[in-house]
Design a protein around this ligand. Sequence first.
Ligand code: ADP
Ligand code: MG
Length: 640
Amino acid sequence: MDKQQILKQYFGYDSFRSGQETLIDSILGGGDTLGIMPTGAGKSLCFQVPALMLPGITLVISPLISLMKDQVMTLNQAGIHAAFLNSSLTQNQYFKALSLAREGRYKIIYVAPERLLTDSFLEFALEAEISMVAVDEAHCVSQWGQDFRPGYLKIAEFIDRLRVRPVVAAFTATATKEVRDDIIDLLHLHEPLVTTTGFDRPNLYFAVHSPRDKYDTIKRYLENHRGESGIIYCLTRKYVEEVCSKLRQDGFPVTRYHAGLSDGERRQNQDDFIYDRSPIMVATNAFGMGIDKSNVRYVIHYNMPKNMESYYQEAGRAGRDGEPAECILLYGGQDVITNQFFIDHNTDNQELDPMTRALVGERDRERLRRMTFYCFTNDCLRDYILRYFGEYGSNYCGNCANCLTGFEEVDVTQIVRALAGCVLSCRQRYGVNVIIDTVHGANTAKIRQYRMDANPHYGELAKIPTYKLRQVMNFLMLQEYLTVTPDEYAVVKLTKKSAMALEPKEPILMKMAREQERPEKKEKAGRTRKGAAGFVLGREDEQLFEALRRLRSEIARKEGVPPYIVFSDKTLSHMCVIRPGNRNEMLSVAGVGEFKYEKYGEAFLKCVAGFEKEQADRTDFEGPEFRSMEYGEPQDYENF
Ligand code: ADP
Ligand code: MG
């Protein structure tokens, strides 16, 4: 079989995505290969397809048990024999798997890097015919990356020990030069072909909002997106707890994840999310690495993260299936302060010398600034992201909040004068909160204790909500009209530019994100699915989608796999458009290969036929009111 046939037969796709063929051809040509592609671009296929064409076994080195499990499950579902060897197996299971591997049962074996040099594994590897070593998440080898994993340093030694050197292919989504050089050096890649594909993810919609009440915004969003799976990222554990418990009280199927939970609970919650028992995950940034769930329809950031790298990585977990998905960042001025605090109290770099540490801190602060600019930019958000990563897009993408709506320009002169005036009149002795509370006229013990209730600016802007004052305060910091001391007291100080804030010569305008949901957003909520091929699902299609989704849930439950492993959302929406009536038509649906057809084809054909018949019957015999009663409301979750 050639690569095209394998793609169709096993994976059910008609064409390769950008970059995939180049990488596959390079591997099949016997050359070392390094693929740098963004999350969701389809890196796994680049080693899985050649693995099926090469004579021997392919070893895939992967950092996380969840990643291995997910991919092995997907392969098995597609009719490909694969297994994983990692610490989740008992001793017995491990030796059983090894002996099956010796018998040549598996074409693809996933293995944790720490296993490679163990006696039992080496013994097997020295006997076996290994055609390729594929290193997934290859940036883990680099200390420059965020996810350094010492075990990855053993890979090169392992490969050197093999009798015949297999082709080595490495894959990552991290593209910085340091990391790329490290991968090539530390994995001993031999003159590799390096391919980088664009970082754009056209199916992701980007938006930034600065709502008065973040929780309320999230709640309304979730109400409009019932039945969909999504992630809500918070900056701290405390926020995770808060948001998760409120959502639970409000009846949403949520779960949570952060480093403060026990291993067992983390694993349980992660599984609940993956299997769609709790399709909404509230988490800190500890969650996500190794989550290949393809049907995440939205990623909401409850707080602004510390830099664009983190943001794009986390937001990028939405829409891996190529279907439309939304990435929404809820900005609040406090987020800057919290992040600043994390940077100033970073304990990760203890072993660095003071000068390097200062440099790292400086770089982190700069990255935070550029993250903050993202929240305030008036330009196309996608363009901002791509430019950040060194790519040049067009300045209008048509699929972000700025392109679709724009920001409003607000005259903030009066607010600026009051804030700067207050800093001056309190002799630069207090922090952001005291200044804001004073201007707002808060009647708290602290304000009275500091005698700020006697400050000439006390209560001057009582009518302006504090979140807005905070936004303006932050704007003043960014523009360097004011600054804060870099210690834990974060005292607000005047700068050389402060005169322009105290006595502005012309109106000071600031771009503020509009607050209300805009009409096109409502329309967007109605138009739930638009395929990558550009098809839009109508109301009836959506009803069929729900029926197919229920069938998928049933099958998934019976087989004990997550629903998206049976078929992706994209495959289901494609089915709604094609409405297959026979085997051949079903095989033309993206994501339906021969093997999956044998397993599920009939059931889904039946579901489509049943739906069509029901529709026809209703149209013939009953009034439209009845129909809308029956199908008008969103259907239940895929909960079980
Ligand atoms: P990555 O590892 O690059 O983040 P994955 O390998 O997990 O991405 O692939 C993401 C999704 O894209 C998967 O659901 C996969 O089945 C799908 N995919 C990969 N290649 C293709 C293709 N050629 N056509 C359609 N879908 C694809
Ligand atoms: Mg991957």
